[in-house]
Design a protein around this ligand. Structure first.
Ligand code: SF4
Length: 463
Protein backbone atom coordinates (compact mmCIF):
# COMPACT_ATOMS: atom_id res chain seq x y z
CA UNK A 1 0.00 0.00 0.00
CA UNK A 2 1.42 3.38 -0.99
CA UNK A 3 0.20 5.37 1.97
CA UNK A 4 1.95 7.71 4.36
CA UNK A 5 2.26 6.77 7.98
CA UNK A 6 1.70 9.83 10.14
CA UNK A 7 4.50 10.41 12.58
CA UNK A 8 3.42 11.40 16.08
CA UNK A 9 5.97 14.23 16.07
CA UNK A 10 4.36 15.80 13.01
CA UNK A 11 1.57 17.03 15.24
CA UNK A 12 3.90 18.34 17.92
CA UNK A 13 4.26 21.80 16.41
CA UNK A 14 0.53 22.16 16.18
CA UNK A 15 0.20 21.10 19.80
CA UNK A 16 1.84 24.18 21.22
CA UNK A 17 -0.34 26.26 18.92
CA UNK A 18 -3.38 24.51 20.40
CA UNK A 19 -2.75 25.80 23.86
CA UNK A 20 -2.40 29.36 22.57
CA UNK A 21 -5.47 29.08 20.40
CA UNK A 22 -7.41 27.49 23.23
CA UNK A 23 -6.48 30.38 25.49
CA UNK A 24 -7.34 33.15 23.07
CA UNK A 25 -10.58 31.66 21.76
CA UNK A 26 -10.12 33.39 18.41
CA UNK A 27 -13.21 35.27 17.30
CA UNK A 28 -15.64 33.74 19.79
CA UNK A 29 -18.20 35.88 21.59
CA UNK A 30 -17.37 36.60 25.25
CA UNK A 31 -19.97 34.08 26.49
CA UNK A 32 -18.11 31.28 24.65
CA UNK A 33 -14.52 32.30 25.37
CA UNK A 34 -12.46 29.62 27.13
CA UNK A 35 -12.34 29.86 30.93
CA UNK A 36 -9.12 30.67 32.75
CA UNK A 37 -8.33 28.50 35.79
CA UNK A 38 -9.99 30.76 38.36
CA UNK A 39 -13.13 31.14 36.25
CA UNK A 40 -13.31 27.37 35.69
CA UNK A 41 -12.96 26.53 39.39
CA UNK A 42 -15.48 29.23 40.36
CA UNK A 43 -17.96 27.89 37.81
CA UNK A 44 -17.35 24.28 38.93
CA UNK A 45 -18.05 25.20 42.56
CA UNK A 46 -21.59 26.23 41.59
CA UNK A 47 -22.44 22.61 40.63
CA UNK A 48 -24.85 21.00 43.12
CA UNK A 49 -23.52 17.47 42.45
CA UNK A 50 -27.10 16.31 42.11
CA UNK A 51 -27.98 12.77 43.26
CA UNK A 52 -29.88 12.20 40.02
CA UNK A 53 -27.93 14.42 37.66
CA UNK A 54 -30.13 15.57 34.82
CA UNK A 55 -27.07 16.81 32.93
CA UNK A 56 -25.87 13.21 32.43
CA UNK A 57 -29.29 12.25 31.06
CA UNK A 58 -28.85 14.99 28.47
CA UNK A 59 -25.38 13.82 27.41
CA UNK A 60 -25.51 11.31 24.50
CA UNK A 61 -22.28 9.64 25.63
CA UNK A 62 -23.16 9.81 29.35
CA UNK A 63 -20.09 11.69 30.54
CA UNK A 64 -19.84 11.57 34.34
CA UNK A 65 -20.40 15.32 34.51
CA UNK A 66 -20.94 15.88 38.27
CA UNK A 67 -17.80 13.89 39.13
CA UNK A 68 -15.46 15.60 36.68
CA UNK A 69 -16.84 18.99 37.72
CA UNK A 70 -16.39 18.06 41.39
CA UNK A 71 -12.74 17.13 40.82
CA UNK A 72 -12.23 20.34 38.89
CA UNK A 73 -13.80 22.37 41.72
CA UNK A 74 -11.12 20.93 44.03
CA UNK A 75 -8.37 21.75 41.53
CA UNK A 76 -7.79 18.05 40.69
CA UNK A 77 -7.43 18.53 36.96
CA UNK A 78 -5.77 15.13 36.39
CA UNK A 79 -8.64 13.27 38.08
CA UNK A 80 -11.17 15.31 36.14
CA UNK A 81 -9.43 14.37 32.86
CA UNK A 82 -9.34 10.69 33.84
CA UNK A 83 -13.09 10.72 34.42
CA UNK A 84 -13.76 12.37 31.06
CA UNK A 85 -11.44 9.90 29.28
CA UNK A 86 -13.60 7.02 30.50
CA UNK A 87 -16.40 8.04 28.16
CA UNK A 88 -15.02 10.51 25.60
CA UNK A 89 -12.11 10.45 23.17
CA UNK A 90 -12.58 14.01 21.93
CA UNK A 91 -13.43 16.29 24.89
CA UNK A 92 -11.64 19.40 23.59
CA UNK A 93 -13.78 19.11 20.45
CA UNK A 94 -17.08 18.18 22.13
CA UNK A 95 -16.60 20.98 24.64
CA UNK A 96 -16.56 23.40 21.72
CA UNK A 97 -19.00 22.12 19.11
CA UNK A 98 -21.67 20.08 20.94
CA UNK A 99 -25.13 21.65 21.16
CA UNK A 100 -24.83 21.97 24.95
CA UNK A 101 -27.90 24.13 25.22
CA UNK A 102 -29.97 21.14 24.06
CA UNK A 103 -27.96 18.45 25.79
CA UNK A 104 -26.12 18.45 29.16
CA UNK A 105 -26.41 22.16 29.86
CA UNK A 106 -30.02 22.26 28.69
CA UNK A 107 -30.86 19.62 31.30
CA UNK A 108 -28.91 21.17 34.23
CA UNK A 109 -31.26 21.92 37.15
CA UNK A 110 -29.68 25.32 37.61
CA UNK A 111 -31.05 26.19 34.19
CA UNK A 112 -34.47 26.54 35.84
CA UNK A 113 -33.10 29.66 37.50
CA UNK A 114 -31.64 30.80 34.19
CA UNK A 115 -27.98 30.04 34.86
CA UNK A 116 -27.01 26.43 34.06
CA UNK A 117 -23.47 25.21 34.66
CA UNK A 118 -21.34 25.94 31.56
CA UNK A 119 -20.53 22.26 31.13
CA UNK A 120 -19.08 22.50 27.62
CA UNK A 121 -16.64 25.21 28.58
CA UNK A 122 -15.57 23.24 31.67
CA UNK A 123 -15.03 20.14 29.55
CA UNK A 124 -12.85 21.96 27.01
CA UNK A 125 -11.02 23.74 29.85
CA UNK A 126 -9.99 20.38 31.34
CA UNK A 127 -8.97 18.97 27.95
CA UNK A 128 -6.91 22.10 27.14
CA UNK A 129 -5.35 22.08 30.61
CA UNK A 130 -4.37 18.45 30.12
CA UNK A 131 -2.85 19.32 26.74
CA UNK A 132 -0.91 22.26 28.11
CA UNK A 133 0.35 20.47 31.21
CA UNK A 134 0.55 16.92 29.80
CA UNK A 135 -1.26 15.69 32.91
CA UNK A 136 -2.40 12.26 31.91
CA UNK A 137 -0.15 9.49 30.72
CA UNK A 138 -2.49 6.56 30.53
CA UNK A 139 -1.47 2.96 31.09
CA UNK A 140 -2.09 1.56 27.64
CA UNK A 141 -2.82 -2.17 27.47
CA UNK A 142 -0.76 -4.47 25.23
CA UNK A 143 -2.31 -4.70 21.79
CA UNK A 144 -3.09 -8.41 21.93
CA UNK A 145 -6.84 -8.68 21.30
CA UNK A 146 -6.77 -8.25 17.52
CA UNK A 147 -6.23 -5.86 14.60
CA UNK A 148 -8.83 -3.36 13.47
CA UNK A 149 -8.75 -1.15 10.38
CA UNK A 150 -10.74 2.08 10.61
CA UNK A 151 -11.64 3.82 7.36
CA UNK A 152 -12.10 7.56 7.87
CA UNK A 153 -10.79 9.77 10.63
CA UNK A 154 -13.75 11.97 11.46
CA UNK A 155 -15.50 11.82 14.85
CA UNK A 156 -16.79 8.25 14.35
CA UNK A 157 -13.45 6.84 13.16
CA UNK A 158 -11.45 8.55 15.90
CA UNK A 159 -13.91 7.36 18.54
CA UNK A 160 -13.73 3.74 17.42
CA UNK A 161 -9.94 3.94 17.23
CA UNK A 162 -9.54 5.51 20.67
CA UNK A 163 -12.08 3.21 22.33
CA UNK A 164 -10.61 0.00 20.90
CA UNK A 165 -6.98 1.05 21.46
CA UNK A 166 -7.81 1.55 25.14
CA UNK A 167 -9.23 -2.00 25.18
CA UNK A 168 -6.11 -3.69 23.81
CA UNK A 169 -6.75 -3.71 20.04
CA UNK A 170 -4.16 -2.69 17.46
CA UNK A 171 -5.89 -0.06 15.36
CA UNK A 172 -4.86 1.49 12.05
CA UNK A 173 -6.77 4.43 10.58
CA UNK A 174 -6.92 4.78 6.77
CA UNK A 175 -7.48 8.40 5.76
CA UNK A 176 -7.79 9.64 2.17
CA UNK A 177 -6.64 13.19 2.87
CA UNK A 178 -3.13 14.36 3.68
CA UNK A 179 -4.08 14.90 7.28
CA UNK A 180 -6.50 13.07 9.59
CA UNK A 181 -9.53 14.77 11.11
CA UNK A 182 -12.16 14.53 8.37
CA UNK A 183 -15.07 16.90 8.84
CA UNK A 184 -13.52 18.15 12.10
CA UNK A 185 -10.60 19.56 10.18
CA UNK A 186 -12.12 20.48 6.83
CA UNK A 187 -15.80 21.08 7.55
CA UNK A 188 -16.01 23.16 10.74
CA UNK A 189 -14.70 26.73 10.60
CA UNK A 190 -11.69 27.82 12.59
CA UNK A 191 -13.64 30.28 14.77
CA UNK A 192 -15.78 27.39 16.06
CA UNK A 193 -13.15 24.69 16.23
CA UNK A 194 -9.47 25.68 15.90
CA UNK A 195 -7.53 23.20 13.78
CA UNK A 196 -4.81 23.15 16.40
CA UNK A 197 -7.32 21.70 18.88
CA UNK A 198 -8.29 18.94 16.42
CA UNK A 199 -4.62 18.10 15.84
CA UNK A 200 -4.04 17.97 19.54
CA UNK A 201 -6.85 15.48 20.07
CA UNK A 202 -5.51 13.37 17.21
CA UNK A 203 -2.08 13.39 18.77
CA UNK A 204 -3.61 12.05 21.99
CA UNK A 205 -5.24 9.22 20.03
CA UNK A 206 -1.89 8.46 18.38
CA UNK A 207 -0.38 8.32 21.84
CA UNK A 208 -2.77 5.43 22.58
CA UNK A 209 -0.90 3.45 19.93
CA UNK A 210 -3.22 4.10 16.99
CA UNK A 211 -1.44 4.16 13.63
CA UNK A 212 -2.56 6.66 10.95
CA UNK A 213 -2.12 5.96 7.24
CA UNK A 214 -2.83 9.17 5.34
CA UNK A 215 -3.38 9.79 1.61
CA UNK A 216 -4.73 6.29 1.69
CA UNK A 217 -8.07 6.29 -0.07
CA UNK A 218 -9.82 2.96 0.34
CA UNK A 219 -11.60 2.11 -2.92
CA UNK A 220 -8.76 3.50 -5.06
CA UNK A 221 -5.27 2.43 -6.13
CA UNK A 222 -5.92 -1.19 -5.29
CA UNK A 223 -6.72 -0.54 -1.62
CA UNK A 224 -9.99 -2.29 -0.90
CA UNK A 225 -11.79 -3.92 1.98
CA UNK A 226 -10.55 -7.26 0.62
CA UNK A 227 -6.92 -6.17 0.45
CA UNK A 228 -7.16 -4.88 4.04
CA UNK A 229 -8.46 -8.25 5.21
CA UNK A 230 -5.65 -9.94 3.25
CA UNK A 231 -3.21 -7.84 5.27
CA UNK A 232 -4.40 -9.64 8.39
CA UNK A 233 -6.96 -7.33 9.96
CA UNK A 234 -9.67 -9.03 12.03
CA UNK A 235 -12.35 -6.40 11.47
CA UNK A 236 -12.91 -3.21 9.50
CA UNK A 237 -14.91 -0.15 10.56
CA UNK A 238 -16.31 2.19 7.91
CA UNK A 239 -16.73 5.70 9.31
CA UNK A 240 -16.54 7.72 6.14
CA UNK A 241 -19.48 10.01 6.89
CA UNK A 242 -21.47 11.70 4.17
CA UNK A 243 -18.91 13.14 1.80
CA UNK A 244 -21.18 13.78 -1.20
CA UNK A 245 -23.04 17.10 -0.92
CA UNK A 246 -26.52 17.15 -2.44
CA UNK A 247 -26.95 19.17 -5.59
CA UNK A 248 -29.90 21.38 -6.55
CA UNK A 249 -31.65 20.18 -9.65
CA UNK A 250 -32.79 23.56 -10.96
CA UNK A 251 -31.83 25.55 -14.09
CA UNK A 252 -28.47 27.29 -13.88
CA UNK A 253 -26.92 24.93 -11.34
CA UNK A 254 -23.75 24.64 -13.44
CA UNK A 255 -23.11 28.40 -13.63
CA UNK A 256 -19.85 29.79 -12.30
CA UNK A 257 -20.62 31.22 -8.88
CA UNK A 258 -22.87 28.31 -7.88
CA UNK A 259 -20.97 26.13 -5.42
CA UNK A 260 -21.39 23.84 -2.48
CA UNK A 261 -21.07 25.36 1.01
CA UNK A 262 -18.57 22.61 1.86
CA UNK A 263 -16.36 23.87 -0.98
CA UNK A 264 -16.31 27.32 0.63
CA UNK A 265 -15.42 25.83 4.03
CA UNK A 266 -12.63 23.75 2.46
CA UNK A 267 -11.18 26.73 0.62
CA UNK A 268 -11.26 28.93 3.71
CA UNK A 269 -9.68 26.17 5.74
CA UNK A 270 -6.87 25.86 3.16
CA UNK A 271 -6.44 29.65 3.13
CA UNK A 272 -6.22 29.78 6.94
CA UNK A 273 -3.55 27.09 6.79
CA UNK A 274 -1.55 29.12 4.27
CA UNK A 275 -2.02 26.47 1.58
CA UNK A 276 -3.75 28.82 -0.90
CA UNK A 277 -3.86 32.57 -1.39
CA UNK A 278 -6.84 34.83 -0.68
CA UNK A 279 -7.87 34.94 -4.36
CA UNK A 280 -8.88 31.28 -4.18
CA UNK A 281 -11.40 32.02 -1.43
CA UNK A 282 -14.58 32.49 -3.49
CA UNK A 283 -15.83 35.55 -1.60
CA UNK A 284 -15.39 39.19 -2.60
CA UNK A 285 -15.48 41.88 0.04
CA UNK A 286 -18.84 43.64 -0.19
CA UNK A 287 -20.22 40.98 -2.57
CA UNK A 288 -23.77 39.65 -2.15
CA UNK A 289 -23.80 36.00 -1.19
CA UNK A 290 -26.73 33.62 -0.79
CA UNK A 291 -26.59 30.47 1.28
CA UNK A 292 -29.29 27.88 0.64
CA UNK A 293 -30.18 25.66 3.60
CA UNK A 294 -30.98 25.81 7.30
CA UNK A 295 -28.58 23.38 8.96
CA UNK A 296 -25.24 23.76 10.70
CA UNK A 297 -23.26 23.75 7.44
CA UNK A 298 -25.41 26.64 6.21
CA UNK A 299 -24.72 28.59 9.44
CA UNK A 300 -20.99 27.85 9.19
CA UNK A 301 -20.88 28.95 5.56
CA UNK A 302 -22.90 32.11 6.27
CA UNK A 303 -20.77 33.20 9.21
CA UNK A 304 -17.60 32.34 7.31
CA UNK A 305 -18.63 34.39 4.24
CA UNK A 306 -19.49 37.27 6.58
CA UNK A 307 -15.99 37.17 8.04
CA UNK A 308 -14.62 37.64 4.52
CA UNK A 309 -16.65 40.81 4.11
CA UNK A 310 -19.67 39.54 2.15
CA UNK A 311 -23.29 40.61 2.63
CA UNK A 312 -24.93 37.30 3.42
CA UNK A 313 -28.53 36.14 3.05
CA UNK A 314 -29.64 32.65 4.08
CA UNK A 315 -32.52 31.33 2.01
CA UNK A 316 -34.61 28.77 3.89
CA UNK A 317 -37.38 26.76 2.32
CA UNK A 318 -38.94 26.23 5.74
CA UNK A 319 -39.82 28.64 8.52
CA UNK A 320 -37.78 29.69 11.55
CA UNK A 321 -39.24 26.87 13.68
CA UNK A 322 -38.02 24.18 11.29
CA UNK A 323 -34.42 25.38 11.28
CA UNK A 324 -32.18 22.36 11.97
CA UNK A 325 -29.07 24.35 12.93
CA UNK A 326 -27.95 24.58 16.55
CA UNK A 327 -29.90 27.41 18.17
CA UNK A 328 -26.79 29.26 19.37
CA UNK A 329 -25.27 29.12 15.86
CA UNK A 330 -28.39 30.74 14.43
CA UNK A 331 -28.44 33.38 17.19
CA UNK A 332 -24.79 34.23 16.57
CA UNK A 333 -25.37 34.44 12.82
CA UNK A 334 -28.22 36.91 13.36
CA UNK A 335 -26.13 38.92 15.83
CA UNK A 336 -23.28 39.11 13.35
CA UNK A 337 -25.54 40.46 10.62
CA UNK A 338 -26.61 37.47 8.53
CA UNK A 339 -30.03 38.04 6.97
CA UNK A 340 -32.57 35.19 6.94
CA UNK A 341 -35.45 34.72 4.48
CA UNK A 342 -38.04 32.14 5.50
CA UNK A 343 -40.27 30.09 3.18
CA UNK A 344 -38.04 31.13 0.30
CA UNK A 345 -37.09 28.67 -2.41
CA UNK A 346 -34.63 29.05 -5.27
CA UNK A 347 -36.30 28.29 -8.60
CA UNK A 348 -33.50 29.21 -11.00
CA UNK A 349 -29.93 30.45 -10.97
CA UNK A 350 -29.80 33.14 -13.64
CA UNK A 351 -26.57 33.78 -15.56
CA UNK A 352 -25.20 36.97 -17.11
CA UNK A 353 -24.88 35.47 -20.58
CA UNK A 354 -21.26 34.47 -20.04
CA UNK A 355 -21.94 31.52 -17.78
CA UNK A 356 -21.59 33.46 -14.53
CA UNK A 357 -24.28 33.72 -11.84
CA UNK A 358 -25.99 37.09 -11.73
CA UNK A 359 -29.21 36.56 -9.83
CA UNK A 360 -31.56 33.99 -8.34
CA UNK A 361 -35.23 33.62 -9.18
CA UNK A 362 -36.99 32.97 -5.89
CA UNK A 363 -40.37 31.83 -4.72
CA UNK A 364 -41.24 33.83 -1.59
CA UNK A 365 -44.39 34.22 0.53
CA UNK A 366 -44.92 37.54 -1.30
CA UNK A 367 -44.64 35.91 -4.72
CA UNK A 368 -41.90 35.32 -7.25
CA UNK A 369 -38.93 37.71 -7.32
CA UNK A 370 -35.48 37.83 -8.90
CA UNK A 371 -32.64 39.11 -6.79
CA UNK A 372 -29.00 39.80 -7.58
CA UNK A 373 -26.36 37.59 -5.96
CA UNK A 374 -22.82 37.06 -7.20
CA UNK A 375 -22.31 33.82 -5.30
CA UNK A 376 -24.54 31.09 -3.98
CA UNK A 377 -23.48 28.25 -1.72
CA UNK A 378 -25.68 25.20 -1.40
CA UNK A 379 -26.02 23.51 1.99
CA UNK A 380 -29.03 21.23 1.66
CA UNK A 381 -27.39 18.12 3.06
CA UNK A 382 -25.06 15.38 1.96
CA UNK A 383 -24.99 11.62 1.56
CA UNK A 384 -22.40 8.85 1.57
CA UNK A 385 -19.95 8.40 -1.29
CA UNK A 386 -20.13 4.89 -2.74
CA UNK A 387 -16.41 4.34 -3.33
CA UNK A 388 -16.00 1.61 -0.72
CA UNK A 389 -19.31 -0.12 -1.27
CA UNK A 390 -18.83 -0.22 -5.04
CA UNK A 391 -15.41 -1.85 -4.72
CA UNK A 392 -16.52 -4.44 -2.14
CA UNK A 393 -18.76 -7.47 -2.44
CA UNK A 394 -21.54 -7.95 0.05
CA UNK A 395 -22.05 -4.56 1.76
CA UNK A 396 -25.68 -3.61 1.30
CA UNK A 397 -26.92 -0.02 1.37
CA UNK A 398 -30.35 1.54 1.30
CA UNK A 399 -31.84 3.50 -1.59
CA UNK A 400 -29.94 6.64 -0.62
CA UNK A 401 -26.60 4.93 -0.13
CA UNK A 402 -26.61 4.61 3.68
CA UNK A 403 -24.95 1.42 4.89
CA UNK A 404 -27.25 -1.19 6.43
CA UNK A 405 -26.13 -2.62 9.75
CA UNK A 406 -27.44 -5.16 12.23
CA UNK A 407 -27.96 -5.22 15.98
CA UNK A 408 -25.82 -8.26 16.75
CA UNK A 409 -22.92 -7.91 16.72
CA UNK A 410 -23.91 -4.28 16.90
CA UNK A 411 -22.99 -2.26 13.82
CA UNK A 412 -21.93 -5.15 11.55
CA UNK A 413 -22.85 -4.68 7.89
CA UNK A 414 -24.15 -7.46 5.65
CA UNK A 415 -20.49 -8.40 5.08
CA UNK A 416 -18.96 -10.43 7.91
CA UNK A 417 -16.31 -8.56 9.87
CA UNK A 418 -17.11 -5.20 8.26
CA UNK A 419 -18.76 -2.69 10.56
CA UNK A 420 -20.05 0.82 9.96
CA UNK A 421 -21.23 3.70 12.12
CA UNK A 422 -21.73 7.43 12.39
CA UNK A 423 -23.25 9.49 9.58
CA UNK A 424 -22.62 6.83 6.90
CA UNK A 425 -25.29 4.73 8.68
CA UNK A 426 -27.44 7.16 10.62
CA UNK A 427 -27.52 10.17 8.22
CA UNK A 428 -25.81 13.47 9.03
CA UNK A 429 -25.88 14.18 12.75
CA UNK A 430 -23.90 16.16 15.27
CA UNK A 431 -20.33 15.24 16.23
CA UNK A 432 -21.41 13.80 19.57
CA UNK A 433 -24.14 11.61 18.06
CA UNK A 434 -21.61 10.19 15.60
CA UNK A 435 -19.39 9.48 18.62
CA UNK A 436 -22.23 7.82 20.51
CA UNK A 437 -23.01 5.51 17.59
CA UNK A 438 -19.30 4.76 17.13
CA UNK A 439 -18.88 3.83 20.80
CA UNK A 440 -21.71 1.32 20.51
CA UNK A 441 -20.20 -0.16 17.35
CA UNK A 442 -16.81 -0.43 19.12
CA UNK A 443 -18.42 -2.86 21.56
CA UNK A 444 -19.85 -4.84 18.62
CA UNK A 445 -16.38 -5.04 17.03
CA UNK A 446 -14.76 -6.14 20.30
CA UNK A 447 -17.40 -8.85 20.85
CA UNK A 448 -17.07 -10.05 17.26
CA UNK A 449 -13.28 -10.36 17.34
CA UNK A 450 -13.28 -12.02 20.76
CA UNK A 451 -15.91 -14.52 19.60
CA UNK A 452 -14.08 -15.36 16.35
CA UNK A 453 -10.81 -15.87 18.20
CA UNK A 454 -12.52 -18.05 20.79
CA UNK A 455 -14.10 -20.21 18.07
CA UNK A 456 -10.73 -20.59 16.33
CA UNK A 457 -9.13 -21.55 19.62
CA UNK A 458 -11.81 -24.20 20.28
CA UNK A 459 -11.49 -25.57 16.76
CA UNK A 460 -7.69 -25.77 17.02
CA UNK A 461 -7.94 -27.64 20.34
CA UNK A 462 -10.51 -30.06 18.91
CA UNK A 463 -8.30 -30.96 15.94
FE1 SF4 B 1 -24.22 19.98 38.43
FE2 SF4 B 1 -26.25 20.90 36.87
FE3 SF4 B 1 -25.40 18.37 36.63
FE4 SF4 B 1 -26.73 19.10 38.86
S1 SF4 B 1 -27.55 19.03 36.76
S2 SF4 B 1 -24.87 17.82 38.73
S3 SF4 B 1 -25.99 21.20 39.07
S4 SF4 B 1 -24.20 20.21 36.20
Amino acid sequence: MNCNTLNINQAAEASSEAAVSAQTGGMLPLSEQPFDTLQAITEAKRCLRCKVPQCVKGCPIENNIPEFIHQLSKGNMGSAMKIINETSNLPAICGRVCPHEKQCQGHCVLGKKGDPIKIGRLESFIADFDTGMELIREDIPQKTRGRVAVIGSGPAGLTVAGTLARQGFKVTIFEGHKEPGGVLLYGIPEYRLPKAVVRQEIEKIQALGVEFKTECMVGRNGITVDSIFEDGYDAIFIGTGTARPKDMDIPGNRLRGVNQALYLLHQVSAFNEGAISRRFVPIREGGRVAIIGGGNVAMDAARTALRFGAKVTVLCREGRDELTAIESEYNEAVKEGVEFRWFTQALEFVGNGSGVLQSIRLSTPEGEITENFERVFIAIGSRPANRIVSTTQGIEVDRKGYVLTQDYPYGMTTRKGVFAGGDVVHRPQTVVLAMKAAKEVSQGIAQYIDAVKLMRHIETNNN
